[in-house]
Ligand binder design. Structure first.
Ligand code: NDP
Length: 508
């Protein structure tokens, strides 16, 4: 019997009534034209968390028309950066004032721990504030060296109507990586949250109305990907699609959007390695590895699910990580002591387990966990902290996103081997290096094919620092100044000063 830290049902009050979500279209909250709804039950408690309007093609089309009309009217696209920043700053204040409400529904719908959900709401407020600073400081450039009679000015303009499609793993946070930046640029938007976690996006819509955002600038449609999301990626009135989710759906969105040549920005999966050299601070590395794999139950594009450790220190690291894993508090997401909550759906739990079973069959060894976790007093879906060693590069568990609390351990002997293992992957989202030698860290960081490389840390992020993936982890960047640029068109103005141009047509 494996000892683990399990937090039993806390007895925290569960909602008597579900959160009721409707579409926001042209400044009005609406049911679906079909009047249909869909339900989301808490994956940890089984309680009915929300009942939402079930959108279809015609609801998405109405939202797109509202966004197009708002953009073309200039009610947001042509106002000053100062006026936009004022609304974004007010929205940030309102997020903070409503953080508990946002966190509770996010926890009920996603199964993530309540303390983490509160932290994400606070972090999202910071993203809105940072985007407000960009709304006031963005600018193009001027060319004063083209000759005495010429002036060139390059201006930046909002790209237009943007479709925003978000996943369930960080519903409110990922909305904050996209929406305030699109708004800072002056775009009008249609947002579709995942059907698993629709409600925090609905709350954001309420807060934006309270903050004074003009009607039609942000529209929200609830429902499923193929109907609502499909319309948002093909409608000719949409200029850009920004999507976070699986690589498979990202590819299908890119293909669908190509018919109208929309700009597409994609944040997709990752199989992110942390590479541990023998001179690393093993205590810090083991703690970061443990955090990296269990944070958000591993349902995280940045999950550090692939450890590549030097052979000389592999046993030491695995012993440390297994010991730390036993101390991580898994269980009732509503208990503030819980660090890891429930898995999003029973189907997803089955998928996680099948990766572990397949790796075992292929010769890997399960050093810890590897099964469903039972939490006293809760019938929901939980998975044990799991460490799998003896993984070889060809195994699916080493190459594919497991999206669960499952660590795969591979080993290396030389820097070249560590880099080959790191880069021999379709993904390129993030990577980490652990060593006390600055040359080792710099060489690895420069040669790793990843959008972010962490050195002696894992998953630290800041609104100022851009984020995104190489290879099949995506295209385009989010947050930071580059995140704003995604939502901007660049236009060149070429101006002659005075009547100095020699006529092209010969006179006389
Ligand atoms: P998806 O990629 O399927 O969903 C993400 C969003 O896209 C959801 O809002 C979804 O709608 C929508 N969507 C689905 N199909 C289409 C479509 N054809 N056109 C437009 N939008 C669409 O992720 P899942 O939630 O289904 O998760 C599946 C797997 O993806 C996970 O197990 C995990 O491995 C990975 N994943 C990776 C994430 C990351 O951050 N890298 C985030 C989430 C998942 P809806 O689901 O409501 O129908």
């Amino acid at each position: 019997m494996t000892e683990m830290t399990v937090i039993a049902a806390s007895g925290a009050a569960l909602p008597q009534e579900p959160f009721l979500g409707r579409h926001l279209i042209g400044g009005t909250w609406r049911q679906s034209l079909s009047a249909k709804t869909f339900d989301r039950h808490s994956p940890a408690h089984g309680v009915l968390a929300s009942r939402s309007a079930l959108g279809a093609r015609e609801d998405a089309e109405a939202a797109i028309r509202a966004a197009r009309a708002s953009f073309d009217s200039g009610n947001w696209s042509r106002i000053s950066g100062k006026a936009r920043a004022t609304v974004l700053l007010k929205a940030a204040d309102l997020i903070e004032a409503n953080a508990d409400r946002i966190a509770l529904i996010e926890t009920l719908e996603s199964g993530k721990p309540i303390t983490q959900a509160r932290g994400e709401a606070a972090g999202a407020a910071d993203l809105w504030r940072y985007a407000a600073s960009l709304a006031r400081t963005m600018h193009g450039d001027s060319h004063n060296t083209l000759g005495p009679d010429m002036l060139g000015v390059v201006v930046k303009e909002p790209i237009g109507v943007v479709s925003i499609i978000t996943p369930w793993n960080f519903a409110f946070w990922i909305l904050g990586q996209k929406l305030p930046f699109a708004l800072a640029a002056g775009c009008s938007c249609v947002v579709k949250p995942s059907e698993m976690t629709p409600s925090s996006t609905v709350i954001m819509g309420e807060l934006l109305i309270e903050a004074g955002l003009p009607a039609g600038v942000v529209n929200i449609v609830l429902g499923y990907g193929p109907d609502v999301g499909g319309t948002m990626t093909t409608a000719p009135e949409v200029d850009m699609v920004t999507f976070t989710g699986s690589t498979a759906v990202g590819k299908s969105i890119s293909a669908a959007a190509s018919a109208t040549l929309k700009k597409v920005a994609l944040e997709l999966g990752g199989k992110n390695p942390q590479v541990i050299f023998p001179d690393a601070d093993m205590e810090s590395a083991a703690d970061a590895v443990t955090f990296g794999v269990y944070f958000n139950a591993g349902e995280c594009c940045n999950s550090g699910s692939r450890i590549i450790v030097h052979e000389d220190v592999a046993d030491d690291l695995i012993t440390r990580v297994v010991a730390l894993s036993r101390k991580v508090a898994f269980g009732d997401p509503l208990d503030p002591a819980t660090q890891v909550g429930a898995i999003i759906t029973p189907q997803h739990l089955g998928k996680i387990d099948s990766y572990v079973r397949e790796a075992e069959k292929a010769g890997a060894e399960v050093a810890l966990g590897g099964a469903r976790l039972s939490v006293p007093g809760l019938s929901g879906d939980f998975y044990q902290p799991t460490v799998v060693r003896g993984v070889t590069p060809g195994m699916a568990i080493a190459r594919e996103e497991v999206f669960g609390p499952v660590l795969s351990v591979l080993t290396f002997q030389t820097m070249e081997e560590a880099l080959a293992l790191t880069n021999d992957d379709a993904y390129g989202l993030s990577a980490g290096v652990w060593s006390e030698n600055v040359h080792t860290c710099l060489e690895f960081s420069r040669r790793a094919q990843a959008g972010t490389v962490w050195t002696n840390t894992w998953m630290d992020g800041f609104p100022e620092l851009t984020f995104g993936g190489m290879k099949q982890s995506g295209q385009g960047r989010e947050i930071g100044p580059y995140g704003l640029d995604e939502f901007l068109e660049v236009k060149t103005l070429v101006m002659r000063i005075g009547k100095t141009r020699a006529p092209w047509v010969r006179q006389g």
